[in-house]
Design a protein around this ligand. Structure first.
Ligand SMILES: Nc1ncnc2c1ncn2[C@@H]1O[C@H](COP(=O)(O)OP(=O)(O)O)[C@@H](O)[C@H]1O
Ligand SMILES: O=P(O)(O)OC[C@H](O)CO
Length: 496
């Protein structure tokens, strides 16, 4: 056996990466797909396009690596989380577009649940806050708004899934309807302590239990491939939500270790071991993974817009031609010249959870240039992450030793240095920054014996560069306080 193939189904693109035994990339392929914005605040994907792009890049990566079916030990799935798909069990046809995690259409449904006094119940059982981010209210919306969906669901004709479920279903030719514990823990329907769907929460959201997938471990053979375009019989042996997979791929196996992923959004996760601590600072408690029946939990801070703010400078404003141009433009000025950009383009996630916040630029003067705005954009990513770490440190009472980082925007050295300066801890970028895919590969490869154990995997993790803090804590504190003032200006802006 020469490789494990990871399928990394992200918010903006489907990727497939073949990894060798040493954890290095043998070959990869990537394809973007359509982002559908039917109304302000709504974000959809065509689930069939998610599947076809994912299948095509998988075939392409295998071809590029020159791998035959017999040389692939396992397939691992990792995915954008919370995005909600509902389809017909008989035909496999989705009943509507998938509702993407960024979609805010169920904000008022969440308000209603909060006003009815259910916030605490949801927090205690699921570790989540009542926010439109999660799948539960999105699924309820589909059942209520797609003609005939509720009746069909009650008759057992429809299947719900997050993107992992959808991919496993299609890879197996409709043979399995499953989700792993890490993905289940993002639905608002799952009791993270009992590790089971929760009848009371299902009742409150009016979800018929017959639509739900079976919940399985994150590592273990769950199906064999049986679909057009891919070799038959390959074991699908690992599934995890992309942020949990990145925590695994970063080898954060000891409680207290943390990673931050800088992609479309920013997601900071800290391993909390076998305990699921309730956050006192509006972070989420989530299942990290379950392997051989043993569960690990994490505290998570989720920021909705990070690298996507750079994309907006590129696509919305035409300020840069490519994301990679931001570093040079931002570095052409010594600081942001007093400008702050709060990229609340789809509301604010942790620790504010304000669906009505909107993007705000403050501090503009006649001297402000595009370079200042570029610098403020990079800084906004670092500020948002600093607020996550502040909440995390307050929750667990321990200072972090180092922050492991990954994701597309870690290519920006200026961002990484700004981050270290704000946090006051070393920011460590590994050699392989595709840690999401790597984590899915590891979970799958552990199940088929391609890798022996976590210790072997941890020995494969290698650093590329460490960014040491260079600013005083007082200076960092002053900057953070100013950022928080800017955040206040962005809050509670949109009206339904
Ligand atoms: N050289 C770069 N410098 C800064 N940001 C970058 C660079 N290249 C890509 N990005 C940002 O990284 C993000 C993509 O990262 P990725 O990890 O692929 O995200 P996702 O998995 O969420 O689609 C984009 O939002 C983009 O703006
Ligand atoms: O697709 P990404 O990498 O932006 O990740 C999305 C997250 O899973 C949303 O919770």
């Amino acid at each position: 056996m020469k490789a494990v193939l990871a399928l990394d189904q992200g918010t903006t693109s489907s990727r497939a990466i073949a990894f060798g035994h040493d954890g290095r990339i043998l070959a990869s392929a990537q394809q973007e797909f359509r982002q559908i914005f039917p109304r302000p605040g709504w974000v959809e994907h065509d689930a069939l396009e998610i599947w076809s792009t994912q299948r095509d890049v998988a075939a392409l990566a295998l071809g590029r690596a020159g791998l035959s079916a017999g040389e692939i030990s396992a397939i691992g799935i990792t995915n954008q989380r919370e995005t909600t798909v509902l389809w017909d069990r008989r035909t496999g046809a989705p009943v509507a577009n998938a509702i993407v995690w960024q979609d805010r259409r169920t904000a008022s449904a969440c308000d209603a649940l909060r006003q009815a006094g259910h916030e605490r119940l949801f927090a205690e059982r699921t570790g989540l806050v009542l926010d439109a981010y999660f799948s539960g209210t999105k699924l309820a919306w589909l059942l209520d708004n797609v003609p005939g969906a509720r009746e069909r669901a009650e008759r057992g004709e429809l299947a719900f899934g997050t993107v992992d479920t959808w991919l496993a279903w299609n890879l197996s030719g409709g043979a399995v309807h499953v989700t792993d514990v890490s993905n289940a823990s993002r639905t608002l329907l799952f009791d993270i302590h009992a590790l089971a769907w929760d009848e009371e929460l299902l009742g409150l959201l009016r979800i018929p239990p017959q639509v739900l997938p079976k919940v399985i471990d994150s590592s273990g053979i769950v199906a064999r491939t049986r679909c057009e375009g891919l070799p038959e019989g390959l074991p699908v042996a690992g599934i995890a939500g992309d942020q949990q997979a990145a925590l695994f791929g970063q080898a954060c196996y000891t409680p207290g270790m943390a990673k931050n992923t800088y992609g479309t959004g920013c997601f900071m996760l800290m391993n909390t071991g076998t305990t699921a601590p309730a956050s006192r600072n509006r972070l989420l408690t989530t299942v990290a993974w379950r392997k051989a029946g043993e569960v690990r939990y994490a505290l998570e801070g989720s920021v909705f817009i990070a690298g996507a703010a750079i994309q907006w400078l590129r696509d919305g404003l035409g300020l840069i031609g490519k994301a990679s141009e931001i570093d040079a433009l931002a570095a052409s000025v010594p600081d942001a010249g007093g400008v702050h950009f709060v990229p609340a383009l789809s509301g604010l996630g942790a620790p504010y959870w304000d669906p009505r916040a909107r993007g705000t630029i403050v501090g503009i003067t006649r001297g402000t240039t595009r370079a200042h705005l570029a610098r403020a954009t990079l800084a906004s990513i670092a500020f948002q992450s600093a607020e996550l770490l502040e909440a995390m440190t307050a929750d667990c009472g321990l200072p972090l030793k180092e922050l492991r980082v990954d994701g597309g925007a870690t290519a920006s050295d200026l961002l990484m240095q700004t981050q270290a300066d704000l946090l006051g801890v070393p920011v460590v970028r590994p050699k392989v920054v595709e840690t999401t895919a790597l984590g899915a590969a590891y979970l799958a490869g552990l199940a088929t014996g391609f890798w022996k154990d976590e210790a072997e995997i941890a020995s494969l993790w290698a650093r590329d560069r460490v960014f040491e803090p260079t600013r005083s804590r007082e200076e960092a504190g002053r900057h953070l306080a100013e950022w928080k003032r800017a955040v206040e200006r962005s809050r509670d802006w949109a009206r339904d």
